[in-house]
Design a protein around this ligand. Structure first.
Ligand code: UD1
Ligand code: MG
Length: 457
């Protein structure tokens, strides 16, 4: 596991060389196409991440970054916190990419004592800016995204090191969001939202949320990071669900880019989103290949926070945070469903991942045992959920609720469909998530015309 096989080494090497070739090609002529460069950088991100996960695994174990795979017969220790490797590769790739979308602007703004633009003929001015090329001021947003993602990586590694308590660690993403919030304040400061048509007589066309908008952005970071972290516990699910979300956002971006005439403000936002997401997909695929059943590495809280933050930053700076929430619906449902345990209305064990049955080799739903009798309204609530097939509750002969399945959709899936192997469980949940996401995107673009006067294609 610690070295690359010959086939792997040659494949990664050829892929890297091909990507470097494409990158060199984009530099020919007029400074190239950043979107092509971004795809090539994502290929490099994949190769680096894949190789580094292999090479660093043992070093991570030696330093104590390791975990037991609880859903296996032989619970061997494997490296944990591999999300840190992803984050590191991702951030360096994002930094190396800067010259592609911003190159011309940096040159124009810095050489010739700032007089260079003055020397340009009027008809040259617009030809200088190809599609995919950003104005200089977008660099501030881009750098703030990098700063926020760097902060979340640091805080995530801190959590994996010190196992911070739940009530403290939920706030970690809000702290990491500070860089983008500050730059957003300085740069755009746009805190209005478009009001749906039926409410316009009361609120006007635009409604200014003021500081609430910043609270909303901070909450979005908290939600998207933590909701991925609690939809976890079986091999591959953290990374694969993030990949599904990333691919759905990419689909949404590509639809925008194909249908909006250029120049249009939405074009830049969606390109920006692609530049952040493509390398993320690169590192995540490399990680998934090691984390899929049977897992050879764990991703750690670092990856869950990092992935959630990539989405939050992408949605905020790309101005599509409502669409993002739509794509996080399965995670949102899991969050709401988990609430009784998260807020300790019913007891919450340290781990809620499914229970491995060594006799059958299959996963069954794990249970929370209630040693003390539950308060009557809570017990009745659980019984009602049981009748609705939303929970599996065990009742003793006195009618007391003694245990229930844990409140996660992973366990709910097992309640519905019975015991199954770990990878089938993951595939089922992912197919469900993809279907909901596609439906969400479809409804979003159909319904937008009903509640707003126009879709922002
Ligand atoms: C969250 C969940 C917890 C779940 C855990 C699993 C809440 C409130 N917390 O806690 O219920 O059990 O994630 O990630 O919902 N592990 C496996 N197989 C896997 C992935 C993880 O056995 O495929 C185990 C390993 O022992 C690993 C540990 O889970 O070391 C990681 O748990 P950690 O991420 O620290 O848990 P939390 O994020 O605190
Ligand atoms: Mg975790």
């Amino acid at each position: 596991m610690t070295t690359l096989s010959n086939t792997e080494a040659y494949s990664l090497l050829s892929l890297s060389l091909a990507c470097v070739g494409v990158l060199a090609n984009t530099l020919q002529g007029d400074g190239g196409a950043p979107l092509t460069a971004s795809i090539a950088f994502s290929g490099l991100a994949f190769s680096f991440c894949y190789a580094l996960i292999r090479w660093l695994g043992n070093a991570f174990i030696k330093r104590g970054f390791k975990g037991r795979d609880l859903c296996k017969l032989k619970q061997t220790e494997i490296p944990e916190t591999m999300g840190a490797v992803c984050a590191m590769v991702y951030l360096f790739i994002l930094i190396a990419f800067i010259p592609w979308p911003f190159y011309k602007d940096i040159v124009a703004a810095t050489s010739g004592g700032g007089n260079r633009d003055v020397m340009k003929e009027l008809d040259q001015l617009e030809t200088g800016r190809l599609l995919h090329r950003f104005p200089h001021n977008k660099l501030a947003s881009y750098l703030s995204a990098i700063l926020s993602l760097q902060s979340i990586a640091l805080l995530g590694i801190g959590d994996d090191l010190f196992d911070i308590r739940w009530r403290h660690k939920v706030l970690i993403p809000a702290v990491a969001a500070i860089p983008i919030l500050i730059v957003y304040f300085v740069d755009f400061g746009v805190t209005q939202m478009v009001v749906p048509t039926p409410l316009r007589p009361y609120l006007g066309e635009l409604f200014d949320l003021g500081w609430l908008y910043y609270a909303y952005m901070a909450l979005l970071s908290i939600f998207s990071s933590n909701s991925i972290n609690i939809l976890a516990g079986i091999n591959g699910i953290e990374v694969a669900q993030s990949l599904v979300i990333a691919l759905l956002i990419v689909l949404n971006d590509v639809l925008y880019l194909s249908f909006t005439p250029y120049p249009h403000p939405a074009t830049d936002s969606h390109l920006f989103s692609l530049y952040l997401l493509l390398p993320f997909i690169g590192v995540s695929v490399a990680l998934l290949m090691h984390n899929w059943y049977p897992a050879k590495v764990f991703v750690g809280d670092t990856y869950c926070y990092f992935a959630g933050m990539v989405f939050a930053v992408d949605g905020i700076l790309g101005h599509f945070s409502k669409t993002l929430i739509l794509l996080l619906l399965p995670q949102a449902f899991n969050f709401v469903y988990s609430a009784p345990q998260l807020f300790h209305i019913v007891p919450c064990p340290r781990h809620r991942l499914p229970h491995f049955n060594p006799r059958t080799g299959l996963l069954e739903c794990s249970r929370a045992e209630f040693k003390k009798p539950l308060a009557k309204p809570i017990a009745e609530g659980l019984k009602l959920l049981h009748r609705l097939r939303m929970l599996d509750v065990e009742i003793d002969e006195k009618g007391q609720v003694v245990s229930s399945s844990n409140f996660t959709i992973i366990n709910l899936w097992l309640v519905w469909f019975g015991p199954m192997r770990e990878d089938r469980l993951a595939v089922g949940l992912l197919a469900f998530q993809t279907a909901i996401g596609l439906l969400g995107l479809f409804i979003r673009h159909r319904m937008a015309m009903l509640v707003f006067t126009q879709d922002n294609w």
